[in-house]
Design a binder for this molecule. Structure first.
Ligand code: ACM
Ligand code: ZN
Length: 521
Protein backbone atom coordinates (compact mmCIF):
# COMPACT_ATOMS: atom_id res chain seq x y z
CA UNK A 1 0.00 0.00 0.00
CA UNK A 2 1.35 3.38 -0.93
CA UNK A 3 0.53 5.39 2.17
CA UNK A 4 2.70 8.25 3.45
CA UNK A 5 3.20 8.41 6.39
CA UNK A 6 3.22 4.73 7.18
CA UNK A 7 0.23 3.88 9.41
CA UNK A 8 0.85 2.30 12.81
CA UNK A 9 -1.00 -0.88 11.87
CA UNK A 10 -1.96 -2.11 8.42
CA UNK A 11 -3.43 -5.53 7.76
CA UNK A 12 -4.71 -6.86 4.47
CA UNK A 13 -7.98 -8.74 4.50
CA UNK A 14 -9.33 -11.04 1.77
CA UNK A 15 -11.35 -9.45 -1.00
CA UNK A 16 -11.74 -5.88 -2.10
CA UNK A 17 -14.04 -2.92 -1.72
CA UNK A 18 -15.49 -0.96 -4.61
CA UNK A 19 -17.06 2.47 -4.57
CA UNK A 20 -19.78 2.68 -7.20
CA UNK A 21 -23.14 4.34 -7.93
CA UNK A 22 -24.89 2.06 -5.44
CA UNK A 23 -22.87 3.33 -2.51
CA UNK A 24 -24.67 5.18 0.27
CA UNK A 25 -22.84 6.98 3.03
CA UNK A 26 -23.90 7.45 6.64
CA UNK A 27 -22.09 9.69 9.08
CA UNK A 28 -22.31 10.92 12.65
CA UNK A 29 -23.19 14.63 12.58
CA UNK A 30 -19.81 15.66 13.90
CA UNK A 31 -18.02 14.21 10.89
CA UNK A 32 -20.29 15.57 8.18
CA UNK A 33 -17.66 17.91 6.76
CA UNK A 34 -15.17 15.06 6.35
CA UNK A 35 -17.73 12.66 4.89
CA UNK A 36 -18.63 15.40 2.40
CA UNK A 37 -14.97 15.86 1.60
CA UNK A 38 -14.66 12.18 0.74
CA UNK A 39 -17.81 12.30 -1.38
CA UNK A 40 -16.41 15.35 -3.21
CA UNK A 41 -13.10 13.62 -3.93
CA UNK A 42 -14.85 10.50 -5.24
CA UNK A 43 -17.00 12.65 -7.50
CA UNK A 44 -14.01 14.51 -8.90
CA UNK A 45 -12.00 11.36 -9.42
CA UNK A 46 -14.71 9.14 -10.94
CA UNK A 47 -17.89 11.12 -11.58
CA UNK A 48 -19.60 8.77 -9.11
CA UNK A 49 -22.05 10.50 -6.80
CA UNK A 50 -22.15 8.81 -3.42
CA UNK A 51 -25.41 9.70 -1.67
CA UNK A 52 -25.98 10.40 2.02
CA UNK A 53 -28.49 8.27 3.92
CA UNK A 54 -29.94 8.53 7.43
CA UNK A 55 -30.31 4.75 7.62
CA UNK A 56 -27.09 3.18 8.76
CA UNK A 57 -28.25 -0.23 7.54
CA UNK A 58 -28.41 1.03 3.94
CA UNK A 59 -24.90 2.47 4.02
CA UNK A 60 -21.77 0.99 2.52
CA UNK A 61 -19.62 3.81 3.90
CA UNK A 62 -19.99 4.64 7.59
CA UNK A 63 -18.28 7.45 9.52
CA UNK A 64 -18.76 6.99 13.25
CA UNK A 65 -17.59 8.59 16.45
CA UNK A 66 -15.44 6.28 18.55
CA UNK A 67 -14.52 7.74 21.90
CA UNK A 68 -11.82 5.17 22.62
CA UNK A 69 -9.76 6.58 19.74
CA UNK A 70 -6.93 8.91 20.81
CA UNK A 71 -6.93 12.58 19.89
CA UNK A 72 -5.55 12.37 16.37
CA UNK A 73 -6.15 8.66 15.90
CA UNK A 74 -8.44 6.89 13.47
CA UNK A 75 -9.45 3.46 12.26
CA UNK A 76 -10.29 2.61 8.68
CA UNK A 77 -11.69 -0.78 7.83
CA UNK A 78 -12.66 -2.15 4.44
CA UNK A 79 -14.32 -5.49 4.92
CA UNK A 80 -17.46 -7.41 3.92
CA UNK A 81 -18.45 -4.71 1.49
CA UNK A 82 -18.49 -2.00 4.16
CA UNK A 83 -16.02 0.85 4.56
CA UNK A 84 -15.91 2.03 8.17
CA UNK A 85 -14.17 5.14 9.47
CA UNK A 86 -13.89 5.62 13.23
CA UNK A 87 -12.41 8.60 15.03
CA UNK A 88 -12.96 10.69 18.11
CA UNK A 89 -11.88 14.11 16.87
CA UNK A 90 -12.02 16.26 13.78
CA UNK A 91 -8.27 15.70 13.22
CA UNK A 92 -8.56 11.92 13.46
CA UNK A 93 -11.42 11.92 10.96
CA UNK A 94 -9.54 14.30 8.66
CA UNK A 95 -6.55 11.93 8.64
CA UNK A 96 -8.80 8.95 7.92
CA UNK A 97 -10.07 10.73 4.81
CA UNK A 98 -6.50 11.56 3.76
CA UNK A 99 -5.62 7.88 4.11
CA UNK A 100 -8.63 6.92 1.97
CA UNK A 101 -7.56 9.49 -0.59
CA UNK A 102 -4.19 7.73 -0.88
CA UNK A 103 -5.62 4.19 -0.71
CA UNK A 104 -8.14 4.79 -3.50
CA UNK A 105 -5.79 7.14 -5.40
CA UNK A 106 -8.50 9.78 -5.47
CA UNK A 107 -6.19 12.36 -7.00
CA UNK A 108 -6.30 10.43 -10.28
CA UNK A 109 -9.16 10.18 -12.74
CA UNK A 110 -10.77 6.73 -12.73
CA UNK A 111 -13.93 4.92 -13.93
CA UNK A 112 -14.58 3.00 -10.78
CA UNK A 113 -12.52 2.71 -7.65
CA UNK A 114 -11.53 -0.38 -5.79
CA UNK A 115 -9.13 -1.18 -3.04
CA UNK A 116 -8.03 -4.37 -1.41
CA UNK A 117 -9.81 -4.94 1.91
CA UNK A 118 -7.76 -3.92 4.91
CA UNK A 119 -7.72 -2.82 8.52
CA UNK A 120 -5.79 0.36 9.40
CA UNK A 121 -5.26 1.65 12.89
CA UNK A 122 -3.26 4.82 13.11
CA UNK A 123 -2.10 7.30 15.72
CA UNK A 124 0.84 9.71 15.50
CA UNK A 125 3.74 9.06 17.80
CA UNK A 126 4.38 12.81 18.18
CA UNK A 127 1.89 15.59 18.81
CA UNK A 128 4.09 18.23 17.16
CA UNK A 129 4.66 17.54 13.47
CA UNK A 130 5.70 20.88 12.20
CA UNK A 131 7.09 22.88 9.35
CA UNK A 132 8.64 26.33 9.69
CA UNK A 133 8.34 28.76 6.81
CA UNK A 134 10.46 31.90 6.99
CA UNK A 135 8.50 34.60 5.18
CA UNK A 136 10.94 37.33 6.31
CA UNK A 137 14.02 36.71 4.22
CA UNK A 138 11.78 36.24 1.23
CA UNK A 139 8.11 37.02 1.44
CA UNK A 140 5.53 34.44 0.40
CA UNK A 141 1.85 35.35 0.57
CA UNK A 142 -1.43 33.54 1.05
CA UNK A 143 -1.42 31.67 -2.29
CA UNK A 144 1.85 29.87 -1.59
CA UNK A 145 1.04 29.40 2.10
CA UNK A 146 -2.23 27.71 1.17
CA UNK A 147 -0.40 25.35 -1.19
CA UNK A 148 2.01 24.49 1.61
CA UNK A 149 -0.93 23.89 3.95
CA UNK A 150 -2.57 21.61 1.36
CA UNK A 151 0.58 19.52 1.11
CA UNK A 152 1.13 19.44 4.87
CA UNK A 153 -2.43 18.24 5.40
CA UNK A 154 -2.09 15.49 2.80
CA UNK A 155 0.83 14.01 4.74
CA UNK A 156 -0.73 14.74 8.13
CA UNK A 157 1.66 17.38 9.43
CA UNK A 158 -0.14 19.54 11.97
CA UNK A 159 1.86 22.68 12.91
CA UNK A 160 2.68 25.49 10.51
CA UNK A 161 5.26 27.69 12.22
CA UNK A 162 5.32 31.11 10.55
CA UNK A 163 8.54 33.05 11.12
CA UNK A 164 7.10 36.57 10.94
CA UNK A 165 9.85 38.92 12.05
CA UNK A 166 13.55 39.14 11.37
CA UNK A 167 16.33 41.57 10.49
CA UNK A 168 15.31 41.61 6.84
CA UNK A 169 11.56 42.11 7.18
CA UNK A 170 8.57 42.36 9.49
CA UNK A 171 5.62 40.53 7.97
CA UNK A 172 2.44 40.97 9.95
CA UNK A 173 0.07 43.93 10.14
CA UNK A 174 0.26 45.64 13.54
CA UNK A 175 -2.10 48.59 13.91
CA UNK A 176 -0.48 50.04 17.01
CA UNK A 177 2.89 50.42 15.26
CA UNK A 178 2.08 51.20 11.60
CA UNK A 179 5.72 51.83 10.66
CA UNK A 180 6.29 48.09 11.09
CA UNK A 181 4.28 47.72 7.91
CA UNK A 182 5.32 50.76 5.92
CA UNK A 183 9.03 50.75 6.83
CA UNK A 184 9.94 47.36 8.35
CA UNK A 185 8.29 45.27 5.66
CA UNK A 186 10.47 46.65 2.82
CA UNK A 187 14.17 46.43 2.09
CA UNK A 188 16.22 47.90 -0.70
CA UNK A 189 18.28 44.87 -1.62
CA UNK A 190 19.19 41.28 -0.83
CA UNK A 191 22.40 39.35 -0.50
CA UNK A 192 22.77 36.75 -3.24
CA UNK A 193 25.21 33.99 -4.17
CA UNK A 194 25.12 34.14 -7.93
CA UNK A 195 27.41 34.36 -10.92
CA UNK A 196 30.22 32.79 -8.91
CA UNK A 197 30.17 35.32 -6.08
CA UNK A 198 28.34 36.67 -3.04
CA UNK A 199 27.06 40.25 -3.21
CA UNK A 200 24.10 42.50 -2.46
CA UNK A 201 21.71 42.88 -5.35
CA UNK A 202 20.05 46.28 -5.07
CA UNK A 203 16.50 45.27 -5.78
CA UNK A 204 13.61 46.17 -3.44
CA UNK A 205 11.86 43.29 -1.76
CA UNK A 206 8.99 43.25 0.70
CA UNK A 207 5.43 42.54 1.73
CA UNK A 208 3.46 41.57 4.77
CA UNK A 209 0.33 39.65 5.69
CA UNK A 210 -2.65 41.83 6.50
CA UNK A 211 -4.89 40.89 9.40
CA UNK A 212 -7.55 39.63 7.00
CA UNK A 213 -4.97 37.48 5.23
CA UNK A 214 -3.78 36.00 8.51
CA UNK A 215 -7.37 35.17 9.49
CA UNK A 216 -7.84 33.54 6.08
CA UNK A 217 -4.69 31.44 6.50
CA UNK A 218 -5.53 30.42 10.06
CA UNK A 219 -9.04 29.34 9.00
CA UNK A 220 -7.77 27.51 5.92
CA UNK A 221 -5.24 25.66 8.06
CA UNK A 222 -7.75 24.81 10.82
CA UNK A 223 -10.05 23.25 8.23
CA UNK A 224 -7.12 20.98 7.41
CA UNK A 225 -6.28 20.08 11.02
CA UNK A 226 -3.31 22.45 11.11
CA UNK A 227 -2.49 24.90 13.86
CA UNK A 228 -0.58 28.04 12.81
CA UNK A 229 2.09 29.09 15.31
CA UNK A 230 3.38 32.67 14.94
CA UNK A 231 6.98 33.60 15.72
CA UNK A 232 8.04 37.09 16.73
CA UNK A 233 11.80 36.80 17.16
CA UNK A 234 13.18 38.78 20.12
CA UNK A 235 15.48 40.31 21.27
CA UNK A 236 17.77 39.54 18.31
CA UNK A 237 16.79 39.33 14.65
CA UNK A 238 14.96 42.63 15.15
CA UNK A 239 16.70 45.04 12.79
CA UNK A 240 13.65 45.47 10.53
CA UNK A 241 11.52 46.59 13.49
CA UNK A 242 14.35 48.78 14.80
CA UNK A 243 14.79 50.48 11.44
CA UNK A 244 11.27 51.87 11.95
CA UNK A 245 11.50 52.35 15.72
CA UNK A 246 15.23 53.00 16.41
CA UNK A 247 14.41 54.33 19.87
CA UNK A 248 14.08 50.70 21.01
CA UNK A 249 17.71 49.86 20.16
CA UNK A 250 20.57 50.49 22.61
CA UNK A 251 22.23 53.19 20.50
CA UNK A 252 18.96 54.78 19.37
CA UNK A 253 19.79 54.61 15.69
CA UNK A 254 19.46 51.92 13.02
CA UNK A 255 19.97 52.89 9.41
CA UNK A 256 17.83 50.46 7.41
CA UNK A 257 16.12 47.11 7.11
CA UNK A 258 19.00 44.68 6.71
CA UNK A 259 19.96 43.49 3.24
CA UNK A 260 22.64 40.98 4.27
CA UNK A 261 21.96 37.63 5.93
CA UNK A 262 23.80 36.39 9.00
CA UNK A 263 23.66 37.73 12.53
CA UNK A 264 23.31 41.41 13.39
CA UNK A 265 24.66 42.89 16.61
CA UNK A 266 21.77 45.35 16.69
CA UNK A 267 19.10 43.98 18.97
CA UNK A 268 16.29 45.28 21.18
CA UNK A 269 17.52 47.15 24.27
CA UNK A 270 16.82 45.21 27.47
CA UNK A 271 17.19 48.23 29.75
CA UNK A 272 14.57 50.46 28.15
CA UNK A 273 11.08 50.01 29.65
CA UNK A 274 9.58 51.28 26.39
CA UNK A 275 10.86 48.10 24.67
CA UNK A 276 8.76 45.90 26.94
CA UNK A 277 5.62 47.93 26.15
CA UNK A 278 6.50 47.88 22.44
CA UNK A 279 6.89 44.09 22.30
CA UNK A 280 3.77 43.51 24.44
CA UNK A 281 1.82 45.77 22.08
CA UNK A 282 2.93 43.64 19.11
CA UNK A 283 2.27 40.37 20.94
CA UNK A 284 -1.23 41.46 21.96
CA UNK A 285 -2.24 41.95 18.33
CA UNK A 286 -0.51 38.72 17.29
CA UNK A 287 -2.39 36.79 20.00
CA UNK A 288 -5.68 38.18 18.75
CA UNK A 289 -4.92 36.95 15.26
CA UNK A 290 -3.58 33.49 16.01
CA UNK A 291 -5.77 31.23 18.17
CA UNK A 292 -2.91 28.75 18.63
CA UNK A 293 -2.06 27.85 22.22
CA UNK A 294 1.58 28.36 21.23
CA UNK A 295 3.56 31.43 20.40
CA UNK A 296 7.24 31.41 19.45
CA UNK A 297 9.49 34.16 20.78
CA UNK A 298 12.64 33.22 18.88
CA UNK A 299 15.56 34.06 21.15
CA UNK A 300 18.19 32.60 18.81
CA UNK A 301 21.55 34.14 17.89
CA UNK A 302 21.64 37.11 20.27
CA UNK A 303 25.08 38.75 20.41
CA UNK A 304 25.33 40.80 23.60
CA UNK A 305 27.83 43.41 22.30
CA UNK A 306 25.30 46.27 22.29
CA UNK A 307 24.00 45.39 25.76
CA UNK A 308 27.58 45.39 27.14
CA UNK A 309 28.04 48.96 25.90
CA UNK A 310 24.62 50.26 26.90
CA UNK A 311 24.14 52.22 30.13
CA UNK A 312 20.48 51.19 30.46
CA UNK A 313 21.23 47.50 29.89
CA UNK A 314 24.10 47.53 32.41
CA UNK A 315 21.88 49.28 34.97
CA UNK A 316 19.15 46.68 34.43
CA UNK A 317 21.66 43.89 34.97
CA UNK A 318 22.82 45.46 38.25
CA UNK A 319 19.30 46.26 39.44
CA UNK A 320 18.19 42.65 38.91
CA UNK A 321 21.45 41.21 40.37
CA UNK A 322 21.90 39.05 37.30
CA UNK A 323 25.10 37.14 36.68
CA UNK A 324 25.47 37.95 32.98
CA UNK A 325 23.70 39.22 29.87
CA UNK A 326 22.40 35.75 29.00
CA UNK A 327 20.43 35.94 32.23
CA UNK A 328 19.21 39.37 31.17
CA UNK A 329 17.81 37.75 28.03
CA UNK A 330 16.17 35.12 30.24
CA UNK A 331 14.64 37.92 32.33
CA UNK A 332 13.34 39.64 29.22
CA UNK A 333 11.74 36.48 27.89
CA UNK A 334 10.21 35.83 31.30
CA UNK A 335 8.46 39.22 31.24
CA UNK A 336 6.82 38.28 27.94
CA UNK A 337 6.13 34.70 29.01
CA UNK A 338 4.15 35.96 32.01
CA UNK A 339 2.29 38.46 29.83
CA UNK A 340 1.42 35.69 27.37
CA UNK A 341 0.52 33.19 30.07
CA UNK A 342 -2.26 35.53 31.15
CA UNK A 343 -3.67 35.09 27.66
CA UNK A 344 -3.44 31.29 27.96
CA UNK A 345 -0.40 31.02 25.69
CA UNK A 346 2.58 28.69 25.99
CA UNK A 347 5.91 30.08 24.78
CA UNK A 348 8.39 28.28 22.54
CA UNK A 349 12.00 29.54 22.20
CA UNK A 350 14.99 28.40 20.21
CA UNK A 351 17.27 26.38 22.46
CA UNK A 352 20.28 28.71 22.19
CA UNK A 353 18.17 31.39 23.92
CA UNK A 354 17.40 29.15 26.87
CA UNK A 355 19.49 29.15 30.07
CA UNK A 356 19.38 27.15 33.30
CA UNK A 357 17.09 29.77 34.81
CA UNK A 358 14.60 29.86 31.94
CA UNK A 359 11.14 28.89 33.19
CA UNK A 360 10.43 25.19 32.63
CA UNK A 361 7.09 26.04 31.03
CA UNK A 362 8.96 27.37 27.99
CA UNK A 363 9.28 24.77 25.25
CA UNK A 364 12.70 24.48 23.68
CA UNK A 365 12.97 24.16 19.92
CA UNK A 366 16.33 22.53 19.48
CA UNK A 367 18.40 23.39 16.42
CA UNK A 368 21.83 23.83 17.98
CA UNK A 369 24.56 22.64 18.37
CA UNK A 370 23.63 21.14 15.03
CA UNK A 371 22.59 17.84 16.57
CA UNK A 372 19.87 17.10 19.05
CA UNK A 373 22.34 16.68 21.93
CA UNK A 374 20.95 19.66 23.84
CA UNK A 375 17.43 18.51 23.13
CA UNK A 376 18.16 15.18 24.77
CA UNK A 377 19.59 17.02 27.77
CA UNK A 378 16.63 19.40 28.01
CA UNK A 379 14.10 16.58 27.72
CA UNK A 380 15.93 14.58 30.38
CA UNK A 381 15.86 17.68 32.59
CA UNK A 382 12.10 17.89 32.35
CA UNK A 383 11.65 20.50 29.63
CA UNK A 384 9.33 19.92 26.68
CA UNK A 385 11.26 19.99 23.41
CA UNK A 386 10.67 20.13 19.69
CA UNK A 387 13.53 18.69 17.69
CA UNK A 388 14.81 20.57 14.64
CA UNK A 389 18.42 19.45 14.34
CA UNK A 390 20.29 21.48 11.76
CA UNK A 391 21.79 18.63 9.77
CA UNK A 392 18.56 16.67 9.57
CA UNK A 393 15.65 19.06 9.36
CA UNK A 394 16.99 22.31 7.85
CA UNK A 395 15.47 22.22 4.39
CA UNK A 396 17.05 25.46 3.15
CA UNK A 397 20.29 23.63 2.42
CA UNK A 398 21.01 21.57 -0.68
CA UNK A 399 20.11 17.91 -0.91
CA UNK A 400 23.86 17.40 -1.35
CA UNK A 401 24.23 18.53 2.27
CA UNK A 402 20.99 17.23 3.77
CA UNK A 403 19.89 14.20 1.76
CA UNK A 404 16.48 12.65 2.45
CA UNK A 405 18.10 9.79 4.36
CA UNK A 406 19.28 12.26 7.05
CA UNK A 407 15.69 13.23 7.84
CA UNK A 408 14.32 9.74 7.43
CA UNK A 409 16.78 8.17 9.85
CA UNK A 410 16.15 10.76 12.52
CA UNK A 411 14.44 9.46 15.64
CA UNK A 412 13.30 12.48 17.67
CA UNK A 413 13.38 10.79 21.08
CA UNK A 414 16.49 8.66 20.61
CA UNK A 415 18.83 9.08 23.57
CA UNK A 416 16.11 10.42 25.86
CA UNK A 417 15.42 8.31 28.95
CA UNK A 418 12.20 6.31 28.68
CA UNK A 419 10.57 8.18 31.58
CA UNK A 420 11.24 11.50 29.83
CA UNK A 421 10.26 10.56 26.28
CA UNK A 422 6.90 12.28 26.59
CA UNK A 423 8.86 15.54 26.86
CA UNK A 424 9.76 15.18 23.20
CA UNK A 425 6.74 16.78 21.59
CA UNK A 426 7.94 16.07 18.11
CA UNK A 427 9.91 17.31 15.17
CA UNK A 428 9.84 20.31 12.87
CA UNK A 429 11.38 20.86 9.45
CA UNK A 430 12.65 24.40 8.83
CA UNK A 431 12.65 26.29 5.57
CA UNK A 432 14.69 29.44 6.07
CA UNK A 433 14.53 31.52 2.94
CA UNK A 434 17.73 33.55 2.65
CA UNK A 435 18.49 31.68 -0.55
CA UNK A 436 14.95 30.65 -1.39
CA UNK A 437 14.09 33.48 -3.72
CA UNK A 438 11.43 31.86 -5.88
CA UNK A 439 8.35 29.69 -5.53
CA UNK A 440 10.05 26.98 -7.59
CA UNK A 441 13.02 26.92 -5.24
CA UNK A 442 10.71 26.85 -2.23
CA UNK A 443 8.87 23.75 -3.39
CA UNK A 444 12.01 22.14 -4.78
CA UNK A 445 13.58 22.39 -1.32
CA UNK A 446 10.44 21.20 0.45
CA UNK A 447 9.41 18.32 -1.77
CA UNK A 448 9.73 15.45 -1.18
CA UNK A 449 11.38 16.35 2.12
CA UNK A 450 8.03 16.96 3.84
CA UNK A 451 6.95 13.43 2.92
CA UNK A 452 9.98 12.05 4.68
CA UNK A 453 9.54 14.46 7.59
CA UNK A 454 6.03 13.19 8.06
CA UNK A 455 7.17 9.56 8.12
CA UNK A 456 9.64 10.58 10.84
CA UNK A 457 7.01 12.57 12.76
CA UNK A 458 4.36 9.85 12.73
CA UNK A 459 7.07 7.50 13.95
CA UNK A 460 6.34 4.20 12.14
CA UNK A 461 8.88 4.01 9.38
CA UNK A 462 7.62 1.47 6.92
CA UNK A 463 9.16 -0.44 4.06
CA UNK A 464 9.63 0.75 0.49
CA UNK A 465 9.65 4.45 1.33
CA UNK A 466 10.98 5.30 -2.14
CA UNK A 467 7.99 3.72 -3.85
CA UNK A 468 5.62 5.39 -1.47
CA UNK A 469 7.25 8.76 -2.05
CA UNK A 470 7.03 8.26 -5.80
CA UNK A 471 3.27 7.98 -5.43
CA UNK A 472 3.31 11.62 -4.32
CA UNK A 473 5.05 12.85 -7.47
CA UNK A 474 1.97 12.75 -9.67
CA UNK A 475 0.09 14.78 -7.06
CA UNK A 476 2.80 17.43 -6.97
CA UNK A 477 2.80 17.56 -10.78
CA UNK A 478 -0.95 18.12 -10.71
CA UNK A 479 -0.53 20.89 -8.18
CA UNK A 480 2.01 22.42 -10.52
CA UNK A 481 4.73 22.62 -7.86
CA UNK A 482 8.34 21.62 -8.36
CA UNK A 483 9.32 18.47 -6.52
CA UNK A 484 12.88 17.19 -6.52
CA UNK A 485 12.21 13.74 -7.92
CA UNK A 486 15.95 13.08 -8.07
CA UNK A 487 16.04 13.75 -4.34
CA UNK A 488 15.45 10.04 -3.77
CA UNK A 489 18.99 9.43 -4.98
CA UNK A 490 20.53 12.38 -3.15
CA UNK A 491 23.88 11.82 -1.48
CA UNK A 492 26.33 14.03 0.34
CA UNK A 493 28.48 15.91 -2.17
CA UNK A 494 31.13 18.29 -0.85
CA UNK A 495 31.82 19.90 -4.21
CA UNK A 496 28.21 20.82 -4.69
CA UNK A 497 27.92 22.10 -1.13
CA UNK A 498 30.90 24.42 -1.71
CA UNK A 499 29.37 25.69 -4.93
CA UNK A 500 26.10 26.37 -3.12
CA UNK A 501 27.84 28.48 -0.47
CA UNK A 502 30.32 30.29 -2.70
CA UNK A 503 29.12 30.42 -6.28
CA UNK A 504 25.50 29.69 -6.92
CA UNK A 505 22.86 29.13 -4.26
CA UNK A 506 20.43 27.82 -6.90
CA UNK A 507 22.80 25.26 -8.33
CA UNK A 508 20.70 22.17 -7.54
CA UNK A 509 17.45 23.68 -8.78
CA UNK A 510 19.07 24.93 -11.99
CA UNK A 511 20.59 21.54 -12.65
CA UNK A 512 17.27 19.88 -11.96
CA UNK A 513 15.33 22.14 -14.27
CA UNK A 514 18.04 21.82 -16.86
CA UNK A 515 18.87 25.50 -16.85
CA UNK A 516 22.34 25.21 -15.39
CA UNK A 517 25.45 25.70 -17.47
CA UNK A 518 26.78 22.19 -16.94
CA UNK A 519 30.41 23.06 -17.61
CA UNK A 520 30.56 25.56 -14.77
CA UNK A 521 29.04 23.19 -12.21
C1 ACM B 1 18.02 29.46 13.71
O1 ACM B 1 18.32 28.71 12.78
N1 ACM B 1 18.64 30.62 13.85
C2 ACM B 1 16.98 29.12 14.66
ZN1 ZN C 1 20.41 48.64 25.90
Amino acid sequence: MKIIPQPKKFEKICGSFTINQDCYIYCDKEFKSQAERLVGMVLTSTGINVTFTDEIDNAKIIFSKYEDCGDEAYIVMLSQDILTVKANTFSGCFYAVETLRQLFELDSEQQEISCVNCYIEDRPKYVHRGLLIDICRHFYGTGVLKQIIDIMSQVKLNKLHLHLSDDQGFRVQIDKYPLLNTVSSMRDGSEVVKNGKKYVEEEPHGGYLTKDEIREIVKYAAERAIDVIPEIDIPGHSVAALAAYPEYSCAGQIAEVRKQWGISKDILCAGNDGVYAFVCGILDEVCELFPSKYIHLGGDEVPKDRWCNCKLCREKLAELHLKDFDELQTYMVEVFRKHLEEKGKTVICWNDGITDTTDKKIISQVWKPFTNKDGIKDANNGRKVIMSPFFRTYFDYPYAMTPLSKTLRFKPDKGVKKVNRANVLGVEGCLWTEYVDSVDKLFFNLLPRVDVLSECAWGYRGRSIKKRIQSRFEIYDKMNVVCNKSGLRSKRNIRLINKFFKKNANIELERYLGKGKEKTL
